[in-house]
Design a protein around this ligand. Sequence first.
Ligand SMILES: C[S@@+](CC[C@H](N)C(=O)[O-])C[C@H]1O[C@@H](n2cnc3c(N)ncnc32)[C@H](O)[C@@H]1O
Length: 208
Amino acid sequence: MSMQHDRWAELTGGQAGEEYARRFARLAASGQDIHGEAAFCDALLEPAARVLDAGCGTGRIAIRLTELGHLCTGVDVDRSMLAVARRDAPDQEWLYGDLAHLDSLVPESGFDLALAAGNVIPLLAPGTGPAVVRHLAGALRTGGLLVTGMGLDAEHLPLAEPTVTLAEFDHWCTQAGLTLGQRFATWDGAPYHQGGGYAVSVHSRPTA
Ligand SMILES: C[S@@+](CC[C@H](N)C(=O)[O-])C[C@H]1O[C@@H](n2cnc3c(N)ncnc32)[C@H](O)[C@@H]1O
């Protein structure tokens, strides 16, 4: 297990689970759609697909994808976040561990889709991005998809400044054998324009 703390742990001290869940509950109660990421992924998937929710947090997205009929495995390194997921969906698979060591957590590959939503990629521990992307790519079946959503400026991040550019992220993906398929500015599919502050990217593991 890496000794280096991810940026989420640095920000929250590993105690954010309940407050994070309350924040989304308040948004839902105010009428906001909190299931945009799940709807986006569902539209890319065949029924009963296998989904890896990488940095699943409180399980907000994996729980919704399970309701939509998919088979989800959630992985997170923050015990306070996972505790909420386990309480809210005790029958789902929740794994505690670091995505930089995903191969030892999820030895069998073959996921149809791996998701890293909610700024998981910018919040990784410094220097671990290439290894995490390599492991996520390795968890996919041939033809499988890596879906990510990340802020690219302070307005779209819980950080003072961005930690990764899209060019760097795309390079990590290319090194991991992934190909960029689609890129949007939002989870409801608004077009991405160069210089935008948020990107939803769909990379794929080529079929041959
Ligand atoms: C802002 S939360 C997003 C949670 C969830 N994806 C969502 O959108 O609701 C970011 C999550 O990434 C997780 N994370 C960051 N680095 C990680 C790592 N190396 N391995 C596993 N999880 C990690 C954090 O623990 C945290 O739960």
